[in-house]
Design a protein around this ligand. Structure first.
Ligand SMILES: [Zn+2]
Length: 96
């Protein structure tokens, strides 16, 4: 198990191996790369809230609400799958 910890939060170049041809969105404050712009926006709000201007705060809130909506949708889908599996196993148990 790899439980290696990094003491220097700003030493991201050694922590992330980004392929040269992959699009990366680097954090303007700490340099951490993200594969999606929305993830970088969420990182700004969670890790650098004091350094954001009004436009970045608004972008973070929109990204946060979108992420919360997606998470709610995922939870409903996961519940539906669990209920379906439960009833399938119940029917198998009743018939066999
Ligand atoms: Zn950062």
């Amino acid at each position: 198990m790899n439980s290696e910890r990094f003491d220097d939060d700003r030493d991201y170049e050694y922590r992330y191996d980004v392929p040269a041809d992959a699009p990366a969105y680097d954090c303007a404050y700490c340099g951490r790369p993200f594969a999606r712009e929305e993830w970088r926006t969420l990182h700004y709000g969670l890790e650098h809230p004091a350094e954001l201007d009004d436009e970045e705060v608004r972008a973070f809130r929109e990204a946060y609400e979108d992420e919360a909506d997606d998470l709610g949708t995922f939870r409903l889908q996961a519940l539906a799958v669990l209920v379906a599996i439960y009833f399938c196993l119940l029917m198998v148990y009743a018939l066999v």
